[in-house]
Ligand binder design. Structure first.
Ligand SMILES: CC(C)(COP(=O)(O)OP(=O)(O)OC[C@H]1O[C@@H](n2cnc3c(N)ncnc32)[C@H](O)[C@@H]1OP(=O)(O)O)[C@@H](O)C(=O)NCCC(=O)NCCS
Length: 329
């Protein structure tokens, strides 16, 4: 039995201005609008300008989320930043958000575990709140995927975009219905399906491996596809069972925005109509850490959730890792 419960108090997002269409990509890649839309559902994505700061994008999303929650930086006592594209190897982005927003009293750290990292950060933030160790947490997911995607590799370049999202989680007041009801997650250790081969401590960056483009994401798309469909569906069943509800009672599902076909195949395996699944990947592509908070932000702003409704965040990614969090809003 936990001491306290968790409430989604506000959400926000930040998108770089530059929009890149499928048609734009055909100028430099052997691809087509038809192929990309049919295989992925993606039509446009936003790109950050070269030299943009991921930490600053995350800070902008956090600023918007705090305003939405009607809270100030004085309330924040923990900053979690989920990303795979930090500004630096050192220091980490949460500390730069603290400086950027001038947050006077906050602890914080980054969660660097791929596309499942945002939901893992949400789980972690919730445990701080449940244990009484934090009252107001900025859970930021932000990525500049264009910094790690090979612009010459058509199998990955068409999939990703840049963006930031933030959810403010707070301690639920006594008598409130808001709560985190279930969590799932797991790992299937792998460094072949979705990997950046060089630039880490095992294969430090050299001129040779840079020229071989080893500092970019290498992906076995079909393997990711199969893994994602399976983990998406089983996590929804497991989380609903833990929470003691039926999948059909979920008001909305907020999935990692990976690919329309993956999401549709997975939902077919669950007892959930497709119109309850929040999808905005047509506009933004896969923005890694930012997909789940941005989709939740859009759902709430469009009136898709009322207090007391059940919703689930569900994600998967490099690692291979998977995670879900089921809330009563
Ligand atoms: C990447 C993905 C869209 C590819 O779709 P797919 O149906 O599996 O296609 P395949 O990889 O089998 O490739 C089919 C053909 O399309 C080609 N192709 C790949 N990308 C292309 C592109 N952008 N435009 C045109 N053709 C392309 C391939 O070269 C291949 O050609 P070939 O048959 O002559 O060898 C799909 O596998 C996917 O979305 N996987 C999940 C990836 C992901 O989201 N990763 C992030 C997880 S966090």
């Amino acid at each position: 039995m936990s001491l306290y419960q968790v409430r989604v108090a506000g959400t926000g997002r930040f998108l770089p201005e530059r929009i890149v269409t499928n048609e734009d990509l055909t100028k430099t890649l052997d691809t087509s609008d038809e192929w990309i839309v049919k295989r992925t559902g993606i039509k446009t994505r936003h790109y950050a300008e070269p030299g943009a700061s991921n930490a600053k994008m995350g800070a902008e999303a956090a600023r918007a989320a705090l305003e939405d929650a009607k809270l100030t930086v004085d309330d924040v006592d923990l900053i979690l930043f989920a990303t795979v594209t930090p500004d630096y190897r050192l220091p980490f982005c949460a500390s730069l958000v603290q400086r950027e927003l001038n947050i006077p009293n906050a602890n914080g750290f980054d969660v660097f575990s791929g596309c499942a990292g945002y939901v893992q950060a949400t789980q972690t933030a919730s445990q701080f709140i449940r244990a009484g160790a934090a009252k107001t947490v900025l859970v930021i997911g932000s990525d500049i995927m264009t910094s790690i995607i090979d612009p010459k590799d058509r199998s990955t370049a068409v999939l990703f975009g840049d963006a930031a999202g933030c959810v403010v989680l707070t301690r639920a007041e006594e008598g409130s219905d808001s709560a985190l009801l279930a969590m799932t997650g797991g790992l299937k250790g792998d460094d072949e399906v979705l990997v950046i081969p060089t630039g880490g401590s095992k294969n430090p960056l050299t001129k040779e491996n840079y020229d071989e483009r080893g500092h970019y994401v290498v992906m076995k798309g079909r393997d990711v596809f199969r893994f994602a469909v399976d983990r998406f569906a089983t996590q929804i069943s497991e989380a609903c069972e833990q929470a003691g509800i039926k999948p059909s009672e979920l008001k909305i599902v907020v999935p990692h925005q990976v690919n329309r076909r993956i999401i549709e195949s997975a939902v077919r395996r669950c007892d959930i109509p497709l119109d309850r699944v929040i999808m905005n990947l047509d506009k933004f592509g896969n923005t890694s850490g930012a997909t789940v908070p941005m989709a939740l932000d859009e759902a709430i702003k469009n009136g898709r959730l009322d207090r007391g409704d059940y919703f689930i965040m569900v994600a998967f990614g490099s690692g291979l890792a998977w995670a879900s969090a089921l809330f009563r809003y």
